[in-house]
Design a protein around this ligand. Structure first.
Ligand SMILES: [Zn+2]
Length: 314
């Protein structure tokens, strides 16, 4: 009996230590100095609209979302897609959870399933179909499973990603919990982003997607080799910066923290690269507070953007 209580005591002590100390791992990102390479002139556009589609959700604790978060605070996260209605062609940023997620998810090892669960909502393709909205192009912040799951639901729209992401997604390293090959194998509609449009804000190179300054793509590597960030500019006062999974919450930029260290170990490729980028964006945000920073899974960050819901009856 004595041994039983001793072991129980040790286990409880480890648990208390884990909650009390471990959450702080990843909570120490150095401040970085930044340089604005190009201060863009932002046009007021009355013909571009933005909305978001919630394709899935998950429940977790704040502590798992960012280092230093509370393990006593339940939080919801979302698997989002974002629609940019643009006169030159509608764009979808990420696809979120697609129609075939259940069969795709079979490749997730059982022991990882509790860390990467999802609750299905309406797939982006169905929401858009119910509203007769066609998509011309898909921009993937990266090719991880929770962002690329709906690619085959949009086989007529080319999807754009970086060369690095294409190479990785077809390599030996492309496996869960990051990539699910079944989501994109056999597809021939990928297009590679060429960063040839010069500097933009704090980035040395960019892709100005429609060459009108409204949708501008920059490199944000670290979470995956070819992750990107996307600026969407509706007017000088209405600007958005979609930062993919560089952080899972805005708190990452506010408090200079990574994800919880175990979450990060499972999904992040290069933490030091990410730390620098998180710190740079945090400084940039102080200079340009009008830009709304939106981490992909942070439901709270979408506040103020219209939510596109599926029309009943389709
Ligand atoms: Zn993600």
């Amino acid at each position: 009996m004595k041994i039983f209580y001793t072991i129980l005591g040790i286990i409880l002590s480890i648990l208390i230590l884990a909650i009390g100390i471990f959450p702080r791992i990843g909570n120490h990102i150095q401040v970085e100095s930044i340089e604005i390479y190009k201060n863009p002139t932002i046009q007021t556009r009355g013909d571009i609209y933005i909305s978001y589609l919630e394709t899935g959700s998950f429940k977790t604790l704040e502590g798992f979302l960012f280092a230093g978060g509370s393990f006593f605070k339940p939080q919801n996260g979302s698997h989002m897609a974002v629609l940019i209605s643009h006169p030159s062609g509608n764009i979808l940023i990420d696809t979120g959870i697609g129609k075939n997620i259940d069969s795709q998810y079979e490749s997730m090892p059982t022991w990882l399933k509790p860390f990467f669960s999802y609750e299905k909502k309406n797939p982006a393709s169905e929401i858009l179909l119910s509203k007769n909205i066609a998509i011309e192009s898909i921009l993937l912040t990266h090719m991880h499973w929770d962002h690329a799951s709906g690619l085959k639901d949009f086989s007529n729209a080319p999807f754009y990603t970086t060369k690095e992401e294409i190479i990785t997604s077809q390599s030996e390293a492309a496996k869960p919990p990051a990539y699910m090959i079944s989501q994109y194998e056999g597809l021939t509609n990928s297009k590679t982003l060429e960063f040839k449009d010069g500097p933009y804000e704090i980035y040395k190179e960019c892709v100005d997607f429609y060459k009108d300054g409204s949708v501008v793509i920059v490199r944000l590597p670290g979470h995956s080799p070819g992750s990107i960030g996307i600026f969407v500019n509706l007017s000088p006062e209405k600007r958005y910066f979609f930062t993919g999974d560089l952080t899972w919450r805005r708190e990452g930029f506010q408090f200079l923290t990574h994800k919880y260290f175990i979450s990060s170990l499972l999904v992040d490729l290069d933490k030091s690269m990410m730390g620098k980028e998180i710190a740079r964006i945090s400084e940039f945000q102080k200079l340009k507070p009008e830009i709304k920073i939106i981490p992909s899974h942070d439901s709270n960050a979408y506040e103020g953007i219209e939510k596109l819901e599926q029309n009943i009856g389709r």
